[in-house]
Design a binder for this molecule. Structure first.
Ligand SMILES: Nc1ncnc2c1ncn2[C@@H]1O[C@H](COP(=O)(O)OP(=O)(O)O)[C@@H](O)[C@H]1O
Ligand SMILES: [Mg+2]
Length: 268
């Protein structure tokens, strides 16, 4: 069996009384685009911050390509490229300068730096605009600069927290196409969070649905939809596994969703 890119067991973290991550088990196969899905407050960012070693886990264990994240923090960090939820590109620098800055930060060897920066800019389609200041970029271009920043150290695991939040549909597609292309060309593993189910459906090979600190379902979008019934969407699956009716009445929740959908069809 090949070593998974990430394996979390019994992962937990609380902020005071708020249990943000409540016993998460997660296995992310190497080479996949894996989506961690859930509404705001589900615990996605907290999970990712623990996987990237930026936040210590209160309980549980994390392995990244077989390395224990708690004891091999620096080695794990070198394997990871991370684009946080908050925008991080510097508007006063050009696109190229932003990426070059990360190449230095991440210790890309000096004689490889210029090449790596060009490769990363090319991978996100920004070579033509690389010398303009980032302040003049659109939201989608800023996101792509950040993607290039994370790619410049040639990570084995690319972690993207809500990469398309706040972007218009065209820019969202642009970001996803770049992610797909990079994965196809490098075999990199991509862990991405989103609350857009349609994006996950289209671009993720596997997803985990997170709600109130726990993983409620995991599998390929097609598998999860098939379990619920024909014509169901990932949105329906999510409602089925997180809805109160499901918690209270087991499979009843699934039936309720099917009924609701039939009603909607009749009315719509
Ligand atoms: N730094 C923090 N201090 C206090 N509470 C936090 C902090 N970060 C997150 N939380 C809380 O933890 C829960 C999970 O948050 P988060 O991991 O950011 O969820 P998501 O990324 O899925 O929106 C939420 O209830 C949030 O309010
Ligand atoms: Mg978040």
């Amino acid at each position: 069996m090949t070593t998974p890119a990430v394996r979390c067991t019994g992962l937990r973290h609380a902020f005071g009384d708020t249990v943000a991550v409540d016993g998460v088990d997660l296995e992310i196969p190497a080479g996949q685009v894996f989506g961690l899905l859930g509404p705001n407050g589900a615990g996605k960012t907290t999970t990712i911050r623990m996987i990237t070693t930026l936040l210590p886990a209160a309980a549980g264990a994390i392995e990244v390509f077989g390395l224990d994240a708690a004891h091999r923090k620096m080695r794990v960090r070198r394997l990871i490229g991370y684009v946080p939820q908050q925008l991080s590109a510097d508007g006063s620098l050009s696109g190229r300068e932003n990426v070059a800055l990360f190449a230095r930060l991440f210790d890309v060897p000096r004689r490889e730096r210029a090449d790596q920066v060009e490769i990363a800019l090319g991978a996100v389609g920004l070579l033509d605009d690389a010398d303009r200041t980032a302040a003049t970029y659109s939201g989608g271009m800023i996101r792509r600069v950040e993607l290039a920043q994370a790619l410049v150290s040639a990570p084995r695991l690319l972690v993207l927290d809500e990469p398309t939040i706040g972007l218009d549909p065209v820019a969202r597609t642009g970001v996803w196409e770049r992610i797909e292309q990079v994965r196809a060309e490098t075999g990199m593993t991509v862990l991405v969070t989103t609350h857009y189910m349609d994006e996950a459906e289209q671009y993720c090979e596997q997803v985990a649905l997170m709600h109130r600190g726990r993983i409620r379902a995991q599998g390929s979008p097609a598998q999860l939809r098939a379990e619920l019934g024909p014509e169901s969407t990932l949105d329906d699956v999510f409602r089925a596994v997180t809805g109160d009716a499901f918690d209270d009445a087991g499979k009843g929740g699934m039936r309720d969703v099917r009924a609701a959908r039939r009603t909607a069809r009749r009315l719509g």
